[in-house]
Design a protein around this ligand. Structure first.
Ligand code: HEC
Length: 123
């Protein structure tokens, strides 16, 4: 019974975070740029290399999207989840207050602009 309940919870968790990835469109990536500029750039930098104005003083440093390994994974749904929930014990906070569309937009912008080699996005 408990096992079943855990199973159901996992199912819902997956549905919330991975259920409905929108199609990648140039408009959504453009929107992602605005989301990134407003919410992420101070730490991760305009070039996505972790050298934003606030990033230099942080420990751990903000991820350099162009070359660092992503500890929570760098596939679109994994990045979406990181943006939604943040990473514990770091300054990488969750951005669950942004709309789901904005979080997907930031995910796609990040991958398509800074992490071209990492994920095979179907356009
Ligand atoms: C206040 C600074 C700060 C802001 C703002 C910020 N981040 Fe981060 N981010 C970090 C830090 C620090 C890390 C590295 C944490 C670590 O090493 O565990 C990180 C890591 C990440 C990672 C890598 C996760 C992994 O699995 O390794 C992603 C993806 C990411 N951030 C995306 C974003 C996006 C998208 C935004 C804007 C919506 C954003 N961040 C805003 C500080 C920030």
């Amino acid at each position: 019974m408990i096992k079943q309940m855990i199973g159901i919870n996992l199912f819902f968790a997956t549905a919330v975070f991975a259920g409905n990835a929108p199609a990648i469109t140039p408009a959504l990536i453009e929107k992602g740029k605005a989301v990134y500029t407003a919410n992420c750039l101070t730490c991760h930098g305009e070039q996505g290399n972790g050298e934003g104005p606030a990033g230099a003083y942080m420990n751990p440093k903000p991820r350099n999207f162009t070359k660092d390994k992503f500890k929570a994974g760098d596939q679109p749904q994994q990045i979406f989840k990181t943006i939604s929930l943040g990473l514990p014990n770091t300054t990488m906070a969750g951005f669950g207050h942004l709309s789901e569309e904005d979080r997907w937009a930031a995910t796609y912008y990040l991958i398509s602009t800074f992490r071209k080699s990492a994920a095979n996005l179907k356009k």
